[in-house]
Design a protein around this ligand. Structure first.
Ligand code: NAP
Length: 492
């Protein structure tokens, strides 16, 4: 357990709507941040009047903010208006969050908690330590620094300030998809609070996670500096179901570990600086596009499967060493065998010749299938066969009648407007169509296959099976497969 609080900002134009959300937020959150700047001017007095005398939400659960647009607020507010608001004597409950430029009004409230905050929605300012020091020198007892980052390693300078801050005095928020980990791990490292949205779709800052997920999926308040950290690293990663599968398994098994999305654009600073300097107690990570191959030089060892495929999707931290493996081949083949049976001698067409296709080809070779890969550019797919002894042909050469199984390993079908690479006519004679895409569950290719009366298999089973193997690598124990499957399907 840590001492951090989860704070949910609520915002609405009308007093009654703000009160409704306030009540909902208070059911889950330790603190409810009243974004008074979201209220219409003529609703501010009625709002505070309605609060008076009624214990809608206990005072000690309320934090008040009145912020101008340029600092992340909802409206244009001139300095004079903001100072007048703070001097009007409204009840602020647990505390008030003030920006640096209004702090000269002095400590006018009887509340114990003042947050002095600085926001930058564009970048991490070079003078962040100086800003931190300036805010520390005010009468505020808590400093909040919220800065936008585009790549995970950009958040390191912010995070390091937390390392040297007295416990309970600094809230470091890296905004954006790449900064989600600061929201999850802040309290574990001494941040007095972290922010969460009331629900998905009600975020008021980039990268905010819903309060339910913060509590139920990430178990934010239970985390400590010793908690083992796992993540899926890549770009993009926000849609990955891996955190939901692994966190459900950690929770069930009472393992002190957390799994997060980590958007890593530039792998080099992540491997060389972020991992050693962040202080996060990494246990391992899952690797996805575009780093499955480029991560190999950073690892101490890779296993035979990863070596044969030429790609790593799993990294384990083992006594100071980084060990790479690949669970995609295993994750791919097991669901296929479950639905198709013996693959010995089966003729298989793989559409695409990228990283996933190599894992499929490797696994199919071990089963004794006759496999041909079809690439849109044979020139680009030149290196594909290396070590795999698999023929590569042009996608336009595809002749269906020869194949028992067709596997899509291209991203075609992920977007709503995409069309199938093959029509139902072209699939005639095929016994099974396997599309590695997880979302949507029914891709255009799967639809065409169904039209032709062909059995189908979607990508989610592969995702689950490869995740189960990862859990076993990281924890050395059997994975709770049913719970992981349920968590993934639930999110799908
Ligand atoms: P990758 O290395 O980028 O390979 C993608 C392949 O698809 C390349 O051969 C690419 O050809 C081809 N391609 C891309 N767009 C195409 C188009 N419009 N028409 C024809 N071919 C096209 O990616 P990957 O890592 O192999 O992943 C591929 C897919 O598998 C993704 O959708 C991913 O989500 C899915 N996947 C699923 C799981 C799972 O657990 N279910 C696991 C891994 C991957 P070029 O080289 O010419 O660009």
């Amino acid at each position: 357990m840590n001492n951090g609080k989860i704070c949910v900002p609520v915002f609405a134009e009308k007093a009654d709507d703000l009160i409704t959300d306030m009540k909902r937020a208070a059911q889950f959150a330790d603190l409810v941040e009243l974004r008074i700047d979201s209220l219409r001017f003529d609703e501010i007095d009625p709002f505070f009047e309605k609060l008076q005398g009624q214990s809608i939400v206990p005072d000690e659960q309320l934090l008040v903010t009145f912020r101008p647009k340029e600092q992340g607020g909802f409206r244009d507010l001139i300095l004079q208006e903001r100072k007048e608001f703070w001097c009007a004597g409204y009840d602020v409950g647990w505390g008030a969050d003030l920006e640096e430029d209004v702090m000269d009004i002095g400590s006018i409230y009887l509340t114990e908690n003042f947050i002095a905050s600085h926001h930058d929605f564009v970048r991490v300012p070079d003078n962040l330590p100086a800003i931190n020091q300036r805010l520390k020198n005010t009468y505020a007892n808590i400093v909040k620094l919220a800065v936008q980052i585009d790549d995970i390693s950009d958040g390191l300078s912010l995070w390091k300030l937390l390392k040297y801050a007295e416990k309970g005095t600094l809230i470091p928020i890296a905004m954006g998809e790449a900064g989600k980990w600061t929201r999850i791990m802040g309290p574990a490292f001494g941040a007095p609070l972290t922010y969460a949205s009331l629900e998905t779709g009600k975020e008021n800052a980039p990268g905010q996670i819903s309060v339910r997920d913060m509590i139920e999926v990430y178990r934010v308040k239970e985390l400590t500096e010793q908690t083992q950290v796992y993540a899926i690293i890549g770009d993009p990663v926000s849609k990955s179901l891996s955190p939901f599968m692994h966190n459900a398994a950690f929770k069930l098994r009472c393992i002190d570990a957390v799994f997060m999305h980590m958007e890593v654009k530039d792998l080099d600073p992540f491997m060389r600086e972020f991992i050693p300097q962040s202080g996060l107690n990494f246990g391992g990570f899952a690797v996805t596009m575009p780093h499955k191959e480029s991560i190999i030089p950073y690892l101490d060892e890779i296993d035979d499967v990863a070596n044969a495929i030429g790609a790593v999707n799993t990294v384990e931290f083992e006594r100071g060493k980084l060990l790479g493996s690949n669970t995609d081949a295993h994750g791919f083949i097991d669901p296929l065998k479950r639905v198709y049976g013996d693959l010995q001698g089966a003729s298989v067409a793989i559409l695409g010749a990228g990283g996933a296709a190599r894992a499929c080809a490797y696994a199919l070779n071990l089963e004794g299938s006759n496999t041909i890969a079809f690439a849109r550019s044979q020139k680009k797919a030149k290196g594909f066969s290396k070590g795999l002894e698999i023929e590569v042909r042009g996608l336009t050469d595809f002749i269906s009648a020869r194949f028992d199984i067709v596997i899509n390993t291209t991203p075609v079908g992920m977007s709503a407007d995409s069309t199938s690479l093959l029509t139902s006519d072209q699939l005639e004679g095929v016994k099974l169509v396997y599309d590695l895409i997880t979302k949507p569950a029914e891709t255009p290719l799967i639809r065409e296959a169904k039209k032709a009366g062909i059995q189908t298999l979607g990508g989610v089973e592969m995702l689950i099976d490869q995740g189960i193997r990862q859990f076993e690598i990281w924890t050395g124990t059997d994975a709770p497969a049913d719970v992981m499957r349920e968590a993934a399907l639930d999110r799908l």
